[in-house]
Design a protein around this ligand. Structure first.
Ligand code: ADE
Length: 220
């Protein structure tokens, strides 16, 4: 799943430009013979299997060696009981230059991994996924696109929703009239000052109506 996503689109381009490097590990490669188990039954009973600490610690140490990282790497455990991810968190994470994502299943990872290795427990929303991989990829995508030179100037992250605590304004392209629906006249005026004012007003109106929480933050 992870290799498929990182070999497409902007995540792949960032790698091909030499800006980022991905080291994807399969925990089964770090499990001991003879049974090569990566999970086991929970102490104290309960349903579901728990990921064992040894393969994860081994994989973690190998990634640190491969990336020449010291203990300053951010170690992210995606989990519905982490703090909810947002743009500010992506910017904060970007201060590190190595991210290690440990993909487990909800409840199903030995607590000692969380206590000893994990620096950030992050949820991507109030719903439960079947595993951490999709959440890790969401977080990776949102971080990688903020790294300088990953996006070109047309795709620039600076005009995105959230960049200045506001949602994005509406966008239009050709044709000027589609099914009788016209592009707002102001966008055809060539008056860039007025266009910027219009865009900002649209961003403010959308944010006020849809996201009162962001609106309060913006007004401060
Ligand atoms: N793993 C399972 N559900 C998740 C969620 N909502 N966010 C992050 N990781 C998860």
């Amino acid at each position: 799943m992870v290799n498929n996503v990182i070999s497409e689109s902007i995540l792949a381009r960032a790698m091909n430009k030499g800006i980022v490097k991905y080291h994807v590990k399969n925990l089964f490669d770090y499990a001991d013979l003879p049974h090569k188990r990566i999970d086991d039954y929970p102490f104290g009973g309960g349903t579901g299997m728990i990921l064992k600490p040894e393969p994860i610690f081994k994989a973690y140490n190998e990634v640190l060696e491969e990336t020449f990282s010291d203990s300053k790497a951010k170690v992210v455990f995606p989990s519905p009981d982490g703090s909810v991810f947002n743009h500010d968190k992506a910017v904060e994470l970007l201060k590190a230059d190595t991210f290690i994502f440990i993909n487990g299943h909800y409840k199903g990872i030995d607590q000692r991994i969380r206590d000893e290795l994990v620096t950030d427990e992050i949820s991507i929303g109030d719903y439960v996924l079947t595993g951490g991989e999709l959440a890790s990829l969401v977080i990776t995508d949102s971080i990688v696109r903020l790294i300088p030179d990953v996006l070109n100037s047309y795709e620039s992250a600076e005009t995105d929703s959230f960049y200045h605590s506001l949602l994005d304004c509406p966008h239009y392209t050709r044709p000027e009239i589609f099914k009788g629906l016209s592009v707002p006249k102001i966008l055809l005026s060539g008056n860039h000052k007025k266009i910027d004012e219009w865009k900002n007003k649209e961003r403010e109106t959308k944010t006020r109506n849809r996201r009162p929480d962001l609106w309060e933050k913006y007004k401060k």
